[in-house]
Design a protein around this ligand. Structure first.
Ligand code: ADP
Ligand code: MG
Length: 384
């Protein structure tokens, strides 16, 4: 999905007011009735129709004709717009460049601030692939209307933000977190290659140890990455040092399946080193040993810090349940892992896959000619 920064330039403050009204209405309505949009935006009914029409033309909202009433839904485009606008108002982000990654559940863009400094914008897109899943599992989120792509994508971004911040503050090798709004995270750009794209390293044993050390360091701080693999480890171009990304699935070492997650992370690295570098070591961390050592040694528990930072256990649980359901479902859908891998390789050859180091920067300015005084969600004040 393309990000269209030009919209940021041409939207009027009344249009912004209406768009925000649709977002607010979405909290309680899957389809926001036109009348409600008019009410929230405080604009007269006739005027509102025209404004909604022009937002719909640009795919920021989409019209839904319901059995009971006519209304609108915020689109991903509209949600992207609101998040980018919030960041650009806070001066953390100023222009949008190339897309460098398309994941199943996220889009990654190079963006820049007013000084031209490049950063990475990650837009979470949960629910994109899993409408059917959600339908099949209608019960699992109960009656909550907001159990939607918007809600889940925002939760994923908030969780990733909370973890990235805590990790960065404790000197873990992660990108510096810069800003967060809605389903988006803005972070430092790491000049790097994903480990996945690396065929040769001068000292595989050294890299292997430093990755295992990292897993241990995470665990001693109460955390398990949960997706510690060659896609989520970036290797700095200049130094060869690893940087870890992608945190929406992190779990605490007190999680009931902690040991299983821990072993899976360890196993991912072992398997990758065996296959790619023909490197195998008898030494690898064991969960119980790591935890025993922990007792005397560390005074801090980052899982507890994250819980205290505002990303609640309930949020964590909601997201976890969602991810479980989606994972189970897509595992049934997909071809075997091997086939997937081949497909991936082909894509790399065709130049379709993630190209983390392509830095041609066709910036489009995120100009803020809009100045709607309406900020009912308080989202423009600081990271949410
Ligand atoms: P997903 O959840 O879709 O896996 P990731 O956070 O793992 O998203 O990012 C996907 C890809 O985008 C990474 O493999 C990497 O190539 C690139 N990327 C993500 N964050 C950064 C960053 N901070 N600096 C450089 N490249 C990044
Ligand atoms: Mg990833």
């Amino acid at each position: 999905m393309k990000l269209d920064a030009t919209d940021l330039r041409y939207i009027t403050s009344d249009e912004f007011r209406v768009l925000t009204a649709v977002e607010m209405g979405s909290k309680n309505h899957e389809v926001v009735p036109t009348i409600l949009i008019a009410q929230i935006s405080g604009l007269r009914n006739g005027g509102v129709n025209k404004l909604i029409g022009s937002l719909a033309k640009r795919n920021l909202v989409s019209r839904v004709q319901n059995a009971k009433y006519d209304g609108y839904r915020l689109t991903y485009g509209g949600y992207d717009y609101l998040a980018m606008r919030a960041m650009s108002k806070r001066d953390t982000m100023n222009s949008v460049g190339n897309q460098i990654g398309v994941g199943k559940e996220s889009d990654i863009y190079i963006v820049a601030d007013a000084q031209g400094k490049e950063m990475v914008l990650k837009l979470h897109r949960l629910g994109r692939m899993s409408f059917r899943t959600i339908k099949q599992n209608r019960d699992y989120l109960g009656k909550r209307k907001s159990a939607s792509w918007m809600y889940m994508s925002r939760l994923a971004a908030q969780k990733e933000w909370a973890f990235m911040k805590v990790l960065y503050e404790h000197d873990f090798p992660v990108p510096k977190p810069i800003d967060q709004s809605r389903h988006c995270i803005l972070m430092e750009f790491i000049d790097s290659y994903p480990l996945r794209q690396i065929d040769d390293v001068p000292a595989p044993g050294k890299l292997y140890s430093s990755l295992m050390d990292l897993i241990v360091r995470f665990a001693r701080a109460g955390l398990i990455h949960g997706d510690f693999n060659e896609f989520n480890i970036l290797i700095r171009r200049t130094t060869g040092d690893p940087v870890v990304i992608d945190f929406p699935q992190m779990v605490s070492t007190s999680h009931e399946n902690a040991e299983w997650y821990f072993n899976r992370d360890v196993e991912c690295i072992r398997t990758f080193f065996r296959r790619r570098f023909r490197y195998e070591s008898a030494i690898y961390p064991k969960f119980k040993r790591v935890l025993v050592d922990e007792e005397g040694e560390t005074g801090f528990r980052l899982d507890v810090e994250v819980a205290a930072s505002g990303f609640s256990r309930k949020d964590m649980k909601d997201l976890e349940e969602y991810m479980e359901v989606v994972k189970t479902d897509s595992a049934d859908d997909e071809d075997s892992e091997e086939e997937e891998e081949e497909e991936e390789e082909e894509k790399v050859e065709n130049g379709e896959a993630e190209v983390a180091v392509t830095r041609v920067f066709n910036a489009k300015k995120v100009e803020n000619t809009l100045s709607g005084p309406l900020d009912p969600l308080g989202e423009d004040e600081g990271p949410d």
